[in-house]
Write a protein that binds this ligand. Structure first.
Ligand code: UDP
Length: 240
């Protein structure tokens, strides 16, 4: 979290798969509403300025296209469009609760979203609006983790909260679902993540965060209430 005067600003990355439910499909209304409620609570009760980056993996990943003969940059473009679909759904769920929200896309789609303009995004945050950044970085060969790190740096949020759908709150020595002796790390260094290949987020994003001093909090976003818990430091693993 970045404290700006008496303000606090976060960049929250939500993985695409956290927006759906395997039994109902890529997007689930109840899941979206739950997430929206948590975000509105953080915004209105705790006064946190919230910027979001959403993934697209519940709909499409670059690797899917490559498997069926679509060239990699085109398949990545499809993936970025998937993040826009998710962002539209999340925007709608947040707006339904009466919370002002703006969507900015890294790929121009003026009928659906504002273009990404850093200074305008910051202004929205200052006015208490939630801002959703869609279409990743706007470039193929990147991921939304890297987009989240980039946007965090751009808007001056020194912490990126990475909400996964892993079902485990943070980084463990081994997969706790398979190995009961696995221990959770409260804190790991960027270099530990890189050298031990801890598989928390993609290496481009880790390297970017390391170079720009962006702290990462990894936590499971799929349990209700976890966003505020992670924000308060009660759950998750800090990477810095
Ligand atoms: N993507 C891209 N450039 C970006 C961000 C995303 O090309 O800056 C594409 C990439 O193909 C990726 C897909 O969009 O596989 C979905 O994003 P991601 O895998 O990061 O979503 P998540 O796993 O967080 O749901």
């Amino acid at each position: 979290t970045q404290v700006i005067g008496d303000r606090c600003r976060i960049l929250l990355k939500i993985s695409g798969e956290a927006l759906g439910d395997p039994s109902t499909g890529p997007l689930d209304a109840a899941v979206l509403t739950q997430l929206a409620k948590e975000l509105v609570g953080l915004r209105s009760e705790l006064g946190v300025e919230i910027a979001l980056v959403v993934g697209g993996g519940n709909i499409w990943r670059g690797t899917y296209g490559v498997d069926i003969g679509i060239d990699a940059p085109t398949s990545d473009n499809i993936g970025m469009l998937a993040t826009v679909m998710n962002a539209l759904a999340l925007q709608s769920a947040i707006e339904a609760l009466g919370q002002p929200v703006r969507l900015q896309s890294a790929i121009n789609m003026s009928e659906l979203a504002e273009p990404y303009i850093r200074r305008r995004a910051v202004r929205h945050l200052e006015k208490g609006r939630i801002v959703i950044f869609a279409a990743g970085t706007g470039n193929p060969f990147f991921t939304t983790d890297t987009a989240a790190a980039l946007r965090a740096a751009e808007i001056g949020a020194q912490t990126m909260m990475k909400g996964t759908h892993s079902g485990v709150n943070g980084i463990y020595s081994a997969d706790p679902r398979l190995d009961p002796s696995a221990t959770k790390y409260d804190h790991v260094g960027y270099m530990d993540v890189i050298s031990r290949d801890l598989n928390v987020m993609d290496m481009t994003a880790v390297t970017f965060c390391k170079d720009h001093g962006i702290r990462v909090i990894v936590f499971d976003v799929t349990s209700p209430g976890n966003i505020a818990r992670a924000w308060r430091g009660e759950i998750g693993t800090v990477v810095d």
